[in-house]
Design a binder for this molecule. Structure first.
Ligand code: NAG
Ligand code: NAG
Length: 284
């Protein structure tokens, strides 16, 4: 997971939910990626250790300048934060002995054993696994400029490309390193700077590289979109089917709505994991 000031409250809730629902919490090791420029890593470690005295974890410092030159502004400024791109650099940041990880966003909670998710088979050659949504309109994630240029749109030829959410992914870091996928993602980001081929932030380059090539995960592991849109007061409901993970992706975050006394009904499921209760300042 990434860790920053803004989302620390969410991260703490996510950690608690992982530990509470796994049968062997002592087997879970967390790898946190924090921005090198804006977060005091020793304060971060102290905060984690005081809430979770037995937590096994490492904190890695992510150099924002790595990626800031590659980010072109998206239609949602929250997505332009360099740390949002850290998920593309896990293979470089984590030690070589870490061969497979579950990447998790900070705005989610698990209500099932993460060991089941991390045991997802990746098949002969998949680099990552995630729930796929083949009913989503895939076309809409890329611009007309992209689709009208055959040398670009042919990227998806002979691929059954479906939308997937990058907030929950099982990643084989060895395969990632062997295929230098960080570079492949960066190449698309370079192109995006020269000609606008998509609108959102870190998601489209992932889809360009991986859509149609990933191993599938049951939808129960990413009930996404619960953030809805709190500017319009829109609350989302769960998708039909079983639930192992609830994900408040979208603009609205449960902590902000609870603080503002305007929660959505499902925010009540997040509240029991809210260890920090109040906004927490890590900047010092
Ligand atoms: C980081 O936090 C620790 C503990 O609060 C403090 O002692 C230290 O001075 C801080 N370092 C910086 C660079 O702010
Ligand atoms: C999918 O999105 C594209 C681009 O936004 C739009 O032109 C098209 O009509 C949409 N297709 C469906 C089936 O909604």
């Amino acid at each position: 997971m990434t860790l920053d000031t803004q989302y620390l409250r969410g991260s703490m809730a996510a950690i608690l939910s992982v530990l509470q629902h796994t049968s062997c919490p002592e087997n879970v090791v967390f790898h946190f990626v924090a921005s090198a420029s804006s977060v005091n890593a020793s304060l971060l470690r102290a905060t984690l250790s005081s809430s979770f005295p037995y937590l096994k974890f490492q904190v890695y410092r992510f150099d924002d300048s790595h990626v800031s030159g590659l980010i072109s502004t998206s239609i949602r400024s929250a997505l332009d934060c360099p740390l949002n791109y850290a998920r593309s650099y896990l293979a470089n940041l984590l030690p070589l002995c870490v061969r497979q990880v579950v990447y998790l966003d900070s705005d989610l909670i698990l209500v099932d054993d993460i060991a089941k998710l991390s045991a997802t088979p990746l098949g002969e050659s998949s680099v990552l696994a995630a729930p796929e949504y083949c009913n989503a309109n895939f076309t809409s994630y890329f611009t007309p400029t992209f689709w009208s240029n055959p040398s670009l749109s042919l990227t998806f030829a002979n691929r059954k490309a479906c939308y997937f959410n990058t907030g929950v992914m099982v990643i084989d870091l060895n395969r990632w390193r062997a295929g230098d996928y960080t570079k492949r993602i960066e190449d698309w980001m370079e192109l995006q700077k020269r000609m606008r081929i998509y609108e959102l932030g870190s998601l489209p380059p992932f889809m360009l590289v991986f859509a149609g090539k990933i191993a599938s995960v049951d939808h129960r592991w990413n009930q996404h979109g619960l953030g809805g849109d709190n500017f319009r007061g829109l609350c989302r409901d769960l998708h039909p089917g079983p639930v192992s993970l609830l994900h408040w992706s979208g603009k609205g975050k449960p902590w902000a709505r609870l603080d503002a006394n305007r929660p959505c009904p499902l925010d009540a499921l997040w509240a029991p994991y809210d260890l920090l209760q109040t906004p927490f300042a890590l900047d010092s």
